[in-house]
Design a protein around this ligand. Structure first.
Ligand code: ADP
Ligand code: MG
Length: 694
């Protein structure tokens, strides 16, 4: 391996390359766009395009693509080569400013949620100069936003960029009130920790459910699960280590700050955490990371499962969204500093986040809603479906002080003492680590833990940025005209905290008692996607998003429709896959086994030997096979019924209430049959095979 520092970002058109390849004024103009989010001088595009092409061709690139993030949840790309014919029958490599700035993919093949019916099929991709272009597979990738011909957004990047502008503007208003004159841009930063499973490709290929749906639809529990807690941070097997090394290298080439790789709680489960970066770049990087995780696994004879719940009975996979706000004059606005009691600016931002989360927990909940994530949330492993906040003892004491008017003076930092002479003592972290809280303060950032492993982080961060901007705006509106800033601020923080402290819960979020308590506090508990998603278009939410120009009402309606449609389409594929596996693999296995047993019974009886056990087992197997047969037919019937439904929400509800229940019934019978069937008759690799083979 080349030295990591040389390898790092070697395939990225980053600031070093830009500085080297671009005329100084153009470089400066692009840098300003990147750092301050202000529009680029149009003339600069031509120069940048030509420099990008020259750099990319030097690195062996032959093609370029506008890379975008439609509502499918996957990234999309359409490759064009750089070639342009010359009169002498040859070609030269060309790339114009126009080609850099704008692309025209056909929008009609991407989900638009009703926007398409009324608008033209044509769509545009528009270059996002704030996220660096990069080279992958001999292609120059240009990050872009994607919208319809009439300007409605059809992607996940555009609203995120809008929300970043919005929070910057409002946070700057607050900073000015505190006398800050130097910051000119406030940026939200994100470090997403990504969980995933690795399974052997040869076994994966024998499981239609994994191939079609990314999760196991059948499978009895293995004798061993995660109960010994021996996998978390356990030593990494050689094959996995080689995979992680390869993955790190490829990610580093793309300038992705892959930092931590470790085993997770469940067998075969792992995690990758990057060092945080600007939200928009983090979203692009996370999309690339997921793509490369899957691709590189194949090279190692492995398959990377990003599904939120590939296996029943062991932990599922999430994505922890570590989020903070910082200024371009070097402050992390969520850093309490050494004396948080006196850090009234920090408390202002903290209280703003508390209010934002309390008022908009519906939006945070729906931002993580999907068929896959429904298996996790509330299922005693991930955070519950109720959003609450953890602030920890130290901040709680400060907030209590704010409420009572007796601000405590902070104790000196505690030292952590290990009573072994040879070991150095070190200062204790001021926040403990409550792993059960959906939204936890972790030292100098918040960690939102409800995201599913397969999801884009864009939607969650769009919402997070907008709801906090909304509160900051309210604060700024109240305080800007104030004649006694200090007194008015104090009162505002105190009143706001008292009004919204119901969102704070520092206890065990997995406890049933908490769910009951949360209901008393009036915190919403949307158990499934179908309950959560429709709140996108609640009046309060439409009003807020329109006020900031993040989403129009039509865009919110379109997103609601796309997400609900996606939900039931996923369930439909799962149901069809179950029917297929049941009829072609499981029922025939049951019949085969029953026949083997009755053959034995017949021959034993003929020989005058007792065949009681074989007979009992044959009856059990026949009974289960019959139940499987009936449960399969039931799913079939329900799918026919679903086909007759027209309204999106009705259909989604029908899938959740009827189809999903029928799927669980079928699975229960099939899993029971698996437990009594010999390995050589069971038609697919088992949980033991899948979870313990790598
Ligand atoms: P844990 O697994 O204990 O939650 P890690 O240290 O593995 O913690 O992950 C913490 C994540 O938080 C990393 O991705 C890190 O880069 C990110 N992070 C740290 N500081 C910030 C910040 N100011 N803004 C956003 N993310 C941050
Ligand atoms: Mg974490």
């Amino acid at each position: 391996m080349a030295h990591v520092p040389e390898l790092f970002a070697s395939n990225v058109f980053n600031e070093t390359v830009m500085k080297d390849k671009l005329p100084k004024p153009v470089y400066k103009s692009l840098l300003k766009t990147k750092q301050l989010g202000i529009a680029l001088d149009p003339d600069a595009a031509e120069v940048i395009a030509s420099a990008m092409k020259e750099w990319a061709v030097e690195k062996g690139a032959t093609h370029y693509t506008h890379w975008f993030h439609p509502m499918t949840g996957l990234s999309a790309e359409k490759h064009d080569s750089f070639i342009s014919p010359t009169p002498d029958g040859k070609v030269i490599m060309e790339f114009s400013g126009k080609e850099l700035v704008k692309g025209e993919p056909d929008a009609s093949s991407f989900p638009s949620g009703g926007l398409r019916a009324t608008f033209e099929a044509r769509g545009y991709t528009a270059w996002d100069p704030t996220s660096p272009a990069f080279i992958k597979d001999n292609t120059l990738y240009i990050p872009t936003a994607f919208c319809s011909y009439t300007g409605e957004i059809l992607d996940k990047k555009t609203p995120l960029l809008r929300s970043m502008d919005v929070i910057s503007e409002q946070a700057l208003r607050i900073l000015r009130l505190f006398g800050n004159t130097t910051a000119t841009r406030v940026t939200t930063t994100v470090g997403p920790e990504q969980e995933y499973f690795l399974v052997d490709k040869k076994l994966y290929d024998q499981r239609k459910d994994l191939i079609f749906t990314g999760r196991t639809l059948f499978g009895a529990k293995a004798p061993k699960g995660q109960e010994l807690e021996d996998h978390y941070f356990g030593n990494i097997k050689t094959r996995v280590q080689e995979y992680m090394k390869d993955l790190d290298e490829e990610l580093w080439k793309l300038g992705i700050l892959a930092k931590t790789e470790h085993n997770e709680v469940a067998p075969a489960q792992h995690e990758l955490a990057p060092i945080f970066t600007t939200s928009n770049v983090a979203a692009d990087h996370n999309a690339l990371t997921m793509e490369l995780m899957k691709k590189i696994a194949l090279k190692h004879g492995l398959v990377c499962l990003l599904h939120e719940k590939p296996f029943a009975g062991v932990n599922g996979s999430g994505k922890h969204n570590n989020w903070s706000i910082s200024t371009n004059d070097g402050q992390n606005l969520l850093d309490p500093g050494s004396n948080p009691t006196e850090n009234i600016q920090f408390l202002t931002f903290l209280v703003a986040v508390i209010k934002a989360v309390h008022e908009n927990s519906d939006l945070l909940r729906l931002s993580v809603a999907s068929a896959g994530n429904d298996h996790r949330l509330g299922a005693n492993e991930a955070p519950p479906a109720v959003v609450s906040m953890f602030v920890g003892d130290e901040l709680q004491a400060i907030l209590d002080g704010l409420e009572s008017g007796n601000m405590i003076t902070k104790n000196a930092k505690q030292e952590f003492v290990i009573a072994v002479d040879a070991l150095l003592n070190f200062p204790k972290d001021t926040t403990d680590r409550n792993r059960t809280s959906p939204f936890a303060f972790t030292g100098n950032k918040f960690e939102f833990r409800m995201l599913g492993s397969a999801d884009s982080i864009a939607c969650t961060n769009t919402i997070l940025n907008t709801i906090v901007a909304n509160t900051l705006k309210e604060f700024a509106d109240k305080l800007e005209g104030s004649s006694d800033f200090s007194a008015d601020l104090n009162k505002l923080l105190k009143d706001t905290y008292i009004e919204h402290k119901a969102i704070i819960f520092n206890g065990n979020g997995y406890d049933d008692a908490w769910i009951a308590e949360a209901a008393k506090r009036g915190l919403p508990n949307y158990a499934t996607t179908v309950d959560a998603i429709p709140h996108y278009t609640d009046a309060k939410n439409v009003e807020m998003f329109e006020k900031f120009g993040v989403y129009t009402k039509a865009e919110l309606e379109s997103r609601t429709e796309i997400l609900l449609e996606n939900y039931y389409k996923v369930l439909n594929i799962e149901a069809l896959t179950m029917v297929d596996m049941s009829r072609k693999q499981i029922i025939p296995a049951g019949i085969r086994f029953a026949k083997a047993l009755t053959d034995t019974v017949a021959s034993k009886k003929a020989a005058g030997v007792d065949a009681e056990i074989e007979l009992a087992l044959a009856n059990k197997v026949s009974g289960l096979t019959k139940s499987i047969f009936e449960a399969t037919d039931k799913i079939d019937e329900l799918l026919v019924e679903a086909g007759g439904l027209t309204d999106v929400l009705t259909t989604a509800k029908f899938f959740r209430n009827s189809v999903f229940t029928a799927m669980q019934t079928l699975r229960a019978f099939a899993d029971e049959l698996e437990t009594v069937t010999p390995e050589d008759i069971w038609p697919m690799p088992t949980y033991s095979d899948l979870l313990f083979s790598v």
